[in-house]
Design a protein around this ligand. Structure first.
Ligand SMILES: *[C@@H]1O[C@H](CO)[C@@H](O)[C@H](O)[C@H]1NC(C)=O
Ligand SMILES: *[C@@H]1O[C@H](CO)[C@@H](O)[C@H](O)[C@H]1NC(C)=O
Ligand SMILES: *[C@@H]1O[C@H](CO)[C@@H](O)[C@H](O)[C@H]1NC(C)=O
Ligand SMILES: *[C@@H]1O[C@H](CO)[C@@H](O)[C@H](O)[C@H]1NC(C)=O
Ligand SMILES: *[C@@H]1O[C@H](CO)[C@@H](O)[C@H](O)[C@H]1NC(C)=O
Ligand SMILES: *[C@@H]1O[C@H](CO)[C@@H](O)[C@H](O)[C@H]1NC(C)=O
Length: 182
């Protein structure tokens, strides 16, 4: 008798197969997912700066040290009207693992903040936070893993990063790239 796979079992079979063949996809802060075309979306859009072209930004990174020479910069600061709402970066993907990378600042510039307080959400559920306090060394640290989740059910997910929180300390985010596995 020939081996036949019942049709009802096919989705489970394919899903198990997909798990065995995980591959990573890197999405740049300003680029598109080469697999789906999806991009990271920024809100409020006007409060996010495209790092390499931002004249007003205090953080001047080395383009050679970030992925694809680009990054996105935003500052939350409850004491300044125009920065007083936390900023979000949202990305939709289908996969079972997610890694989010950024740059952290250790400058001693008194006109800006080098501290960072970020919250992470997956499918509207709060899943973690990242905090950093400047050590005053004046050095940037590149390719810092801000958030990782390797235990996601393999399906479509909506990832959201929120920079700062209302009533909280000022926060600088320098977002570089996202990797997800599918
Ligand atoms: C995907 O990238 C992460 C972070 O670099 C790494 O830890 C993981 O092993 C990679 N997974 C695959 C399937 O290559
Ligand atoms: C690299 O950055 C540029 C400018 O943001 C963007 O147009 C391009 O798609 C990016 N490349 C990749 C591979 O993400
Ligand atoms: C984005 O900023 C504009 C102008 O400050 C404001 O009217 C709008 O409500 C903001 N949107 C969100 C989602 O906060
Ligand atoms: C950012 O996300 C938070 C949490 O989901 C939401 O309350 C807030 O309105 C969002 N802000 C913007 C500017 O999109
Ligand atoms: C997340 O919350 C927003 C606003 O409350 C809602 O429109 C959206 O459908 C929710 N998404 C998920 C995956 O629950
Ligand atoms: C990963 O995501 C799942 C589903 O949203 C969540 O239950 C879990 O706490 C997350 N794990 C980490 C390390 O954030």
């Amino acid at each position: 008798m020939a081996f036949t796979l019942p049709w009802a079992a096919l989705p489970a079979f394919l899903s198990a197969y997909a798990h065995a063949q995980l591959s990573n996809h890197t999405v740049d802060d300003g680029g598109a997912d080469s697999f789906t075309g999806a991009m990271i979306s920024y809100s409020n859009y006007t409060e996010w700066n495209f790092g390499p072209r931002c004249v007003a930004c205090i953080a001047h990174l080395d383009p050679e040290k970030v992925h694809n020479h680009t990054w996105h910069d935003a500052t939350y600061d409850g004491s300044e009207d125009i920065f007083s709402l936390p900023q979000n970066a949202t990305f939709k993907f289908t996969g079972s693992a997610l890694y989010v990378y950024g740059v952290i600042s250790n400058t001693v510039d008194i006109t800006g903040t080098s501290n960072t307080g970020i919250s992470f959400f997956i499918d509207n559920e709060s899943v973690g936070q990242f905090s950093h306090f400047s050590d005053g060394s004046n050095a940037y640290k590149y390719h810092v893993l801000l958030y990782a989740n390797t235990s996601l059910p393999h399906k479509e997910h909506c990832f959201k990063l929120q920079n700062g929180h209302i009533g909280g300390s000022a926060s600088l985010i320098l977002l570089d790239y996202i990797i997800y596995s599918r």
